[in-house]
Unconditional design. Structure first.
Length: 264
């Protein structure tokens, strides 16, 4: 029996499967045998490259998460209301969205909310503290993984006049946003408390058919986020769709889209 078959059989008995990462997708905690056809789409490549540019060349290999975000944002263009991102950092995902949707001529705003000073360490729960989340955040801040240079942030988004940079801590900053109708919200703050509060704040403002996308919903090490977001979802009678990328997605019931005519 060939060595590869022997290895596969042995791994199979232990509950594992051998994957050739040269021919299958294996990035960002997602290992898939399926074909990521979007990687060869020039429009996706250009949007993803714009995200890398926002990060000054750093590529986190989050292609599938960005693919999901671009899909959700594009669907939300058919819905009335502003766009919001809570947890911007360098602007990787929001820059990709703004580029992909050719945002500059669009008559709607994109609010970009972040402390731009790293995570608010006092917001971590005892469970998150016990899991070492504040230490990870502090180390990331010390290594420069969090962008704290507002001049850099403004320069990155200068091409899109309707992009509104909002420095502040969630939830305290949220009432200051000049919007009462949103179509798309991306929540990515790596901490249960502000993600929970952002969800609770924006759900009543979300137009029918609008989408909220959670970056960390079931991502590895973010069990506190899952519990907090599920609590808010239950309050509104909702279930969040868990995605294999670690993201979560919820759609406002109703429709803001023009539906195609029924088939005969």
């Amino acid at each position: 029996m060939p060595w590869k078959q022997l290895a596969q059989n042995g791994l199979g008995r232990l509950g594992y499967r051998l994957i050739n990462t040269r021919t299958h997708y294996s990035h960002d905690g997602l290992h898939s045998l399926h074909h990521p056809h979007f990687l060869s789409d020039p429009a996706f490549q250009a949007a993803y490259a714009r995200g890398v540019a926002a990060s000054h060349g750093h590529d986190p290999q989050t292609h599938w998460r960005v693919h999901v975000a671009l899909w959700a944002a594009r669907q939300s263009l058919a819905i009335p209301g502003d766009f919001v991102e809570c947890g911007v950092n360098a602007g990787f995902v929001s820059s990709a969205i703004l580029h992909a949707l050719d945002w500059a001529p669009l008559p709607r705003r994109f609010f970009l909310v972040d402390t731009f000073a790293g995570p608010a360490l006092n917001q971590y729960s005892p469970a998150e503290t016990a899991a070492g989340r504040p230490g990870l955040a502090h180390a990331s801040l010390a290594s420069g993984a969090y962008v704290t240079d507002l001049t850099r942030v403004h320069a990155n988004f200068a091409a899109w006049p309707q992009a509104r940079i909002v420095p502040g801590t969630v939830p305290e900053i949220l009432p200051s946003l000049d919007t009462n109708e949103v179509a798309f919200v991306h929540i990515d703050m790596n901490c249960a408390l502000p993600e929970r509060e952002a969800f609770a704040h924006f759900w009543p403002l979300l137009s029918p058919g609008g989408i909220i996308l959670f970056d960390d919903y079931v991502y590895y090490g973010h069990q506190a986020n899952t519990a907090a977001l599920d609590e808010v979802a239950a309050r509104f009678g909702l279930k969040i769709l868990a995605l294999p990328t670690g993201q979560g997605l919820v759609l406002k019931p109703g429709t803001g889209r023009s539906l195609p005519p029924a088939l005969p």
